[in-house]
Design a protein around this ligand. Sequence first.
Ligand code: HPA
Length: 274
Amino acid sequence: MNSLVNSVAAATSSIETKYAGVIDRAIVLGSGLSDLSLDGFETIVKIDYMDISGLPRATAPSHKGEINIVSNGVNVIALCAGRHHLYEGYSAQQVTTLIYTLSQLGSKELIITNAAGALNPDFKPGDVMLIEDHINFTGHNPVQGQDQRFGVLFPDMSQAYSSEHIAQAQAAAIKHQVRFHKGVYIGVLGPSLETSAERRMMRGFGADAVGMSTVLESIAANHCGMQVLGLSAITNLALGNKDQQPDTIEEVLENAAIAGHGMTKILNEILANE
Ligand code: HPA
């Protein structure tokens, strides 16, 4: 616990030496989405994760490891290109150090984006899923072993994803004709992909998309009182059928970029209206 408290304190003061104001909201940019640019927002400062004490390095492919703090004169948003995953060998608390730090810097809202495989046969690569709920299948939890400095001992997760934000994202997707679905995200440890039997089991659990991130970040954000919106880029079919094809990182990144266009339209619409 103390190492999380110390890491968050160190990361917060590192960022404060480069940007002293409040951050209103933050966006975690997942695989293939790290180049998000928002209409009407200009960069105030870019900070490399390597220059933030207490924050682990981002080692995953296509995860830059940089916070771009942008403003439109009214709102300040931290665009975090690069996240930390359990599969990199990080603990649940290392994975969520950035989230607790963003909360300390004032962020009341967290928008989480990710790449995910489709368990639901109605989904197609390139679609966007608005996350309505999640299943934490990682076997890890960032709140384990914490005292109550960042939040209560048993954080409620019954409204883990803000219905108000989902409604805004849905209206934006309809307005901009983005192919989208609403559904349940299941988070796994990785980095091996799921077997076909595991994918069929996850579908049976009620999950619509599977990925290797997001659930711990969402738990941490809920723990410290942030509102969460989650958007998945559907990058591959993970139906667990007999004809399941091998998934490749190239396919994942290519379709993440396609879904990323839709996500950018949704985010621009939501953030312009606030
Ligand atoms: N499984 C797990 N994580 C993923 C997948 C998948 O099929 N696609 C993108 N991230």
